[in-house]
Design a protein around this ligand. Structure first.
Ligand code: FES
Ligand SMILES: [Fe+2]
Length: 394
């Protein structure tokens, strides 16, 4: 059985760190950037639906673009670029009329699809409005969250992950504090299982599993249809080495975990290059109170910081925030020293580069779904203990 210490990240002995240019290729998210183009091929949650009352507007920045999300009458939503196509005033000060939004400056009226419907100061016979479009993006509300897709048309399907669609239990959402760092830092953490044993204290730094403290013999990171399945192998009660835990990084910006009856999907959504939204959707098997309802309870996590500006280190999630944010607003990977236990990070970066390449050739990247038959219910083969190894009091 291969041991962790014998798994070398690079057989040629070449340090596996990235150049500054390669780092930017994987990390930056704005329009036209390689990772930005890749991320725009997926649906992302951007807001809690219940935060928007009817006829209200919320300013947002997503993937480096300044936007306004608004809720129209009769449950409609619109997501539109903030600066008006006429002379640039902010539509965040606009007014809602039906399912449309009117600019506060000269009253141009836009539909949720970005069509200009009215230009009050133009002659009544003018057709100029028919040639003006405000950039707008489609939205859908799922599991209490507003999702958008900011990529090229045709728009793919929003994946029916099991935590969104199962009805044999209850669902809720946790909104974690906005991260002051680039999206890649939490995502690389999702393929870094050894930090659990040190940062979070399980095994006091030694890779062990379960109540019996069985030594973890091996980690594997297996690419599959939707991302990377992380596997931990340890001795079972019969003296055999077997998988004792597996759960996936769902490409490109999700982590799917499972403990006992609890299932959760974390999304890390770039606000811009140096800030990231963090939503978590929980599904608890068994208590079927309200899983089919559109009313999804939402919990807002407190700050990860103490009053003196240092991180609280008494919670698993605040420990993670410390590790992700203190690496810098955009971690400079030209300075890193990856070791043998960091193979998962290399597997993820390779996948990112391959999928960026697919997008540059005009192909759909992995995990993009267009066939409704493939989108009935997307579940993952997770293996877990009956309880959390770490994370009590999360
Ligand atoms: S700037 Fe919006 S209508 Fe003129
Ligand atoms: Fe962690």
């Amino acid at each position: 059985m291969e041991r962790i210490a014998e798994q070398q990240p690079d057989k040629k002995g070449k340090p596996p760190m990235l150049s500054k240019k390669e780092n930017e290729k994987l990390a930056l998210v704005g329009p036209g950037t390689p990772a930005g183009k890749l991320l725009r091929r997926y649906w992302h949650p951007i807001a809690v639906a219940a935060e928007l009352k009817e006829k209200s507007v919320k300013r947002l920045r997503i993937l480096g673009e300044d936007l306004v999300l608004y809720r129209g009458e009769e449950g409609s939503y619109g997501l539109i670029v903030e600066r008006c196509a006429h002379r640039g005033a902010s539509l965040a000060y606009g007014s809602i009329e039906g399912c449309n939004i009117r600019c506060p400056y000269h009253g141009w009226l836009y539909s949720p699809a970005g069509k200009c419907l009215e230009q009050p100061a133009e002659p009544s016979h003018s057709t100029y409005k028919n040639r003006v479009m405000q950039t707008a993006y489609p939205v859908q509300v799922v599991a209490g969250l507003v999702f958008t897709y900011m990529g090229p048309r045709p728009v793919p399907l929003l994946p029916s992950y099991d935590v969104f669609t199962r009805t044999d239990g209850s669902r809720h959402v946790v909104v974690w504090p906005q991260l002051n760092c680039n999206w890649l830092q939490p995502m690389e953490n999702s393929v870094d299982p050894t930090h659990v044993h040190y940062l979070h204290g399980a095994g006091r730094g030694k890779p062990v599993h379960g109540d019996g403290n069985a030594e973890i013999k091996k980690y594997e990171f297996e690419p599959f249809e939707y991302g990377i399945m992380k596997k931990r192998f340890a001795l079972n009660g019969n003296g055999k080495v077997e998988v004792v835990n597996q759960h996936p990084l769902v490409f490109p910006n999700m982590l799917r975990q499972h403990h006992g009856l609890e299932h959760y999907l974390q999304y890390r959504v770039p606000v811009d290059d140096t800030h990231t939204l963090f939503f978590e959707i929980y599904f608890l098997e068994g208590k079927a109170d309200g899983a089919g309802s559109t009313e999804v309870p939402v919990e807002y996590a407190p700050s990860a910081m103490k009053e003196d500006g240092s991180y609280r280190m008494d919670r698993v999630w605040t420990q993670d925030y410390m590790a992700w944010e203190t690496a810098g607003a955009i971690f400079d990977r030209s300075q890193e020293h990856l070791a043998s236990a960091d193979r998962g990070i290399l597997v993820f970066r390779k996948m990112l580069k391959e999928q960026i390449d697919r997008v540059s050739k005009g192909k759909d990247p992995m995990g993009v779904i267009r066939d409704p038959a493939r989108n009935r219910l997307i579940a993952f083969n997770t293996i877990t203990d009956s309880k959390r190894e770490v994370g009590k009091g999360r």
